[in-house]
Ligand binder design. Structure first.
Ligand code: SF4
Length: 285
């Protein structure tokens, strides 16, 4: 049985930067408490690895319990302005590790919001990136996930700017725009395709990889929306795609008669864990 790890798998650029920042802070601050607001990435193995080095995951509600010597890291998804205000009012030092692409999206949303546009965001209402974006425009934006929600929530008679969550499927966004483009008659409608290029490029490469292998083991955290989306991409071209969060979920029956196995994962799945899975499969091969 040949076991292939997807050469395009591993962390996206934004997550690599965040993890590097966190590791440097942990190295430099041996004796102080280092916290991160929310899971650094939706991957239990990476969370545990960094927890062993001293990183504690907390939520924004815990900020009030922190002592003044705490150091807080803001993760790649970003945070709404009120989180920054909370940290500053408590005099807690923080490091902003928001992905530069997400920061850029926040600035664009703010710009159109200030110009008086109706702001529409295509994405998941409770996703941390969307929570931060909602905060940027005082929670006055409209978040939609399909055409029906668009019709029930959007006012088609006022100037509008639409954005997408960075991790959604680009095709879904394009289909929505196709549906919306004739709804705004004589009204300005600005489309900002803010799907992350890293994510869209991975989609295409992933399809080829899934077709080249007989079965695919797809590794991601169950909370990862990018994981769900990329799993569906694999599954659309290879029905023998199995989703796991950890190696102990492997079922040996999947491999009967199989000669070519592909291992891949979400943009939040560390490459070291995919290689560990490869070693495990090689041992039982
Ligand atoms: S998926 Fe894209 S936008 Fe999101 S953290 Fe990674 S590089 Fe940044």
């Amino acid at each position: 049985m040949k076991i292939n790890v997807d050469e395009n798998a591993g962390f996206c650029w934004g997550v690599v930067q965040t993890v590097e920042k966190v590791e440097n802070i942990l190295k430099e601050n041996d004796n102080i408490n280092v916290y991160i607001l929310g899971e650094i990435i939706h991957n239990p193995q990476e969370i545990n690895r960094l927890a062993e080095k001293g990183l504690t995951t907390i939520s924004t509600e815990n900020i009030n319990e922190l002592s003044n010597d705490a150091k807080v890291i803001i993760r790649a998804h970003g945070e709404p302005p009120e989180t920054y205000q909370k940290l500053e009012s408590k005099n807690i030092s923080y490091i902003d590790a928001t992905c530069p692409l997400v920061q850029n999206l926040q600035q664009k949303v703010l710009k159109y919001y200030k110009l008086g546009y109706q702001i529409v965001i295509f994405g998941k209402y409770s996703h941390p990136e969307i929570v931060a974006l909602r905060g940027v425009c005082d929670n006055e934006c409209i978040v939609i996930k399909n055409n029906e929600e668009a019709d029930s929530k959007i006012n088609y008679n006022i100037k509008t700017a639409i954005f997408s969550q960075t991790t959604i499927k680009e095709n879904d966004f394009k289909n929505l725009i196709e549906y919306l483009k004739n709804k705004f008659i004589n009204v300005e409608f600005i489309v900002n395709n803010s799907v992350c290029r890293f994510v869209s490029a991975r989609e295409n490469n992933l399809k080829n990889f899934a077709q080249e292998n007989e079965i695919i083991i797809f590794v991601a955290g169950r909370n990862s929306s990018n994981g769900k989306s990329l799993f569906n991409t694999c599954n659309s071209v290879n029905k023998r795609t199995y989703f796991i969060e950890s190696i102990d979920e492997i079922d040996l029956n999947w491999f009967k008669g199989v000669t070519k196995v592909g291992i891949t994962g979400a943009t939040s799945t560390p490459l070291w864990y995919l290689n560990e899975l490869k070693q495990y499969l090689e041992k039982i091969n």
